[in-house]
Design a binder for this molecule. Structure first.
Ligand code: ADP
Ligand code: ZN
Ligand code: ZN
Length: 732
């Protein structure tokens, strides 16, 4: 009988699977790739994933260790997902075992068995069914509970009932009267929601066409770019296509940007369908995450919504993947496994043989290029849905204007007009804190971070470095000249908040940035205050720019348009255009027309001109031509090697040595650098970077592989923190 060798992806920096002999007393039938397996690694026991069985290895058989035990009796990770993780590990040059770790919930990495916990449901008893809820006029909550339970004969969980304000005391009273009972149900039968099944909207012709095109091509690997202006009803298209998918007994996976995964977003999906919607976000407990993951894996949940990492959720019956706001930077992981969930989604669609819909009002240039080249099917929605009209844009020329701490007189007048009409105003400034710089009026000394080459941002009660997060008390005296006149320079959201509170005392000012939303559930409270119109002036950073639907906002004011106009990052203009269009998209989304004002010292700047007069798509096409001429992505491919160390000299030698290697080996890759990173020192470490550039993807990937294995052998590589970012989106 042949000896089978197990290839196991173990959590470690190794760039390949390790070979083991099967555990004692295990049958071949149990060895299915995708199961977890416990194996010895040095002197520890670790949990890995069986990726393949082979009959050969590079090692002598008698040197191989024997695996300790199988953890699963059937694959935890389906084959297509294994292929995706493998592909991601190769493409993003990330160790295979760590790529699997990223994909698995923490409890599974620790070896917890893959069984869905049973759920308890409350159901009506026979005598409970005899009661007419409407007659219980003196116990309205008991009546409500009975009514809800009549609508769900299979019963409801305590959690769902609590959400409907039916507390444990009510349940106890009903139990004492023998009207309800508790039963254990199998999780695969979960099929409940208190939300009434909402009727779908009548589609306009552009929406109809999009739904028809996608629905006609389900069950095949096809990528669509749903390119629709803000408020054009993309979500309604998702909902109707998902309805089709569910009708076929399949599941839908929806990826949304981090800050869009709000209860409101999820509610739109829950409200439409009377079925289980699983939500994967970073605030889940380990147990909740495991349950959600298994509900998707077993097919119990027809709809799965999540942020970036949800792309690794296994689906029993995959039907479609939707990536909403596909241009959003949060789809790219910015540390360790630097994958892009949008690109993985497209790959996953191919592996699963299902359609992928990328939706955005401001598609990224990569996706747009794919659509223009015919690789993706381009579906466009040029107009807003329903009665909403597009907002009008106006550049507010700041030259020579009297400014009140960042706000021009004209802007304040227009704000007043909108507030008087009972509407809401959104003021956008992408800089949190009170002021970005604290400066000595006497000698010009600037408060800087001790650990980074950066200024400290002044907050109301402290100074903070926005790069390493270190904090310190506000200086009362200049450390350089001992004078006491220290002045804040520049404006942040907190400063604007103060000014607007004074200027419009009755309007109610709400600040939405990372500082004001740190507490758990803070965003929910904030969205409630906005939608109930308790607050009528909203000041926000990019957190507020995307996806939200605020029907009463009629004016959007962008305070600091110029910040992005003159960056040296080749993607800066694309990002600025997306941000401006997205923020502008918050205006006038319902019956009331919207107005967008951009404060700028450069109203004639070509980027602003194109955007404001003809829109995002012409801008993006123009930008693509520029990229083509400069041979920049998507017409070439980039990878960025970042490195940092306490010892600057060692770091320089390390980087130079990598360059030498590329030149000696005559790798067909262009080098840019090494250069000192834009933030030269961070948290006490010196930082440098080296950009690799190639016209062919293949060339870049093959070269990177050689470079990485060379770097790993470098003796300094243990003392230097380094990483490779394939398709980096931030070069600075
Ligand atoms: P997007 O996701 O493209 O920004 P939404 O899906 O949020 O747009 O839709 C914007 C608004 O238009 C929502 O209030 C939605 O209910 C409404 N809407 C969408 N489609 C239609 C339609 N066919 N008829 C009427 N209203 C619609
Ligand atoms: Zn001074
Ligand atoms: Zn710092």
């Amino acid at each position: 009988m042949p000896v089978y060798i197990l290839q196991v992806a173990v959590p470690s920096p190794l760039r390949k699977c390790l070979a083991y002999l099967p555990p004692k007393n295990c049958s071949m039938a149990q060895l299915i790739p995708g199961i977890r397996i416990q194996v010895p690694l040095r002197n520890r026991q670790v949990i890995g994933v069986l990726t393949a069985l082979t009959q050969q290895t590079d090692y002598a058989l008698d040197k191989l260790k024997t695996a300790t035990a199988l953890i699963d009796d059937k694959p935890l990770i389906p084959l297509s997902l294994m292929q995706l993780i493998n592909w991601g590990s190769v493409y993003y040059q990330w160790p295979i075992g760590d790529a699997f770790s990223t994909a698995l919930p923490a409890l599974f990495r620790q070896g917890k068995p893959a069984v869905l916990a049973t759920l308890k449901h409350w159901q009506l008893t026979e005598s409970g069914w005899q009661i007419v809820p409407e007659e219980l006029t003196r116990a309205p909550l008991q009546a409500k509970a009975l009514k809800l339970l009549r609508e769900q004969p299979t019963g409801l969980t305590k959690t769902v009932l609590h959400q409907a304000e039916i507390g444990s005391n009510i349940l106890r009273s009903l139990l004492n009267k023998d009207w309800i009972k508790e039963v254990v149900v199998k999780p695969t039968r979960i099929n409940q929601s208190l939300m009434p099944k909402q009727e779908k909207l009548a589609l306009n012709p552009a929406q109809q066409q999009a739904v028809a095109e996608i629905s006609a091509q389900l069950k095949q690997a096809k990528t669509f770019l749903l390119d629709g202006v803000t408020g054009s009803g993309k979500t309604e298209i998702y909902l109707q296509v998902i309805a089709e998918v569910i009708k076929h007994g399949q599941q839908a996976l929806i990826l949304v940007p981090e800050i869009n995964l709000t209860p409101q977003t999820v509610e739109r999906f829950r409200a439409r369908f009377n079925i289980e919607t699983v939500v994967l976000h970073s605030n889940l407990t380990d147990n909740q995450r495991l349950t959600a993951w298994l509900q998707a894996q077993t097919g119990a949940a027809p709809i799965v919504i999540g942020t970036r990492s949800a792309i690794f959720t296994p689906l029993a019956k995959p039907g479609i993947i939707i990536v909403d706001e596909e241009h959003d930077a949060s789809f790219k992981q910015q540390d360790s496994f630097r994958y892009c969930a949008r690109d993985l989604a497209v790959m996953r669609g191919k592996l699963e043989n299902i359609p992928v819909v990328l939706g955005s009002a401001t598609p990224c240039l990569e996706s747009l290029n794919n659509a223009l080249k015919g690789r993706y099917q381009h579906l466009t929605l040029p107009e807003r849905a329903g009665n909403a009209k597009p907002p009008t844009f106006r550049a507010l020329d700041l030259r020579g204007q009297v400014m009140q701490e960042g706000l021009s007189g004209t802007l304040l007048t227009v704000m007043e007009k909108h507030l008087k009409a009972g509407n809401q105003v959104l003021v956008f400034l992408n800089r949190r804190g009170y002021a970005p710089v604290l400066i000595c009026h006497h000698c010009g000394w600037i408060a800087g971070c001790k650990h980074c080459s950066a200024h400290l941002t002044l907050h109301q009660n402290f100074l903070q470095c926005h790069h390493c997060a270190s904090q310190q008390p506000i200086y009362r005296q200049c450390p350089s000249c001992q004078q006491t006149k220290l002045i804040p320079v520049g404006i942040g959201t907190q400063r604007i908040e103060k000014i607007l509170e004074t200027r419009f005392p009755k309007a109610g000012v709400l600040r939405i940035d990372r500082d004001s939303t740190r507490r758990k559930n803070a965003m929910e409270t904030i969205l409630h205050q906005i939608n109930s119109q308790q607050k009528r002036i909203l000041i926000g950073t990019q957190m507020l720019a995307k996806g939200h639907h605020f029907p009463h906002v009629t004016l959007v004011a962008i305070l600091d348009t110029d910040a992005g106009l003159f960056s040296s990052d080749f993607r800066a203009s694309e990002h600025l255009a997306q941000l401006l269009m997205q923020v502008a998209g918050r205006a006038g989304r319902a019956e009331k027309p919207g107005e967008v004002l951009l404060q700028t010292y450069h109203p004639e700047h070509p980027l602003l001109q194109i955007l404001l007069t003809i829109g995002y798509l012409p801008f993006a096409k123009h930008a693509l031509q520029e990229r083509q001429m400069a041979q920049l992505p998507p017409f070439s491919h980039l990878a960025l090697l970042r490195a940092e160390a306490m010892n600057q000299e060692m770091l320089q030698r390390f980087m130079q040595e990598i360059c030498n290697f590329v030149l000696q080996q005559q790798l067909p890759i262009q080098l840019q650098g090494p250069v000192i990173a834009p933030l030269e020192r961070k948290a006490g470490h010196y930082r440098m970077q080296l950009l690799f550039h190639a016209l062919q993807r293949q060339t870049l990937n093959a070269g990177l592989k050689q470079i990485i294995s060379h770097v790993e052998q470098h003796k300094a590589s243990k003392k230097i923190r380094w990483s490779v970012d394939v398709d980096p989106i931030n070069l600075f």
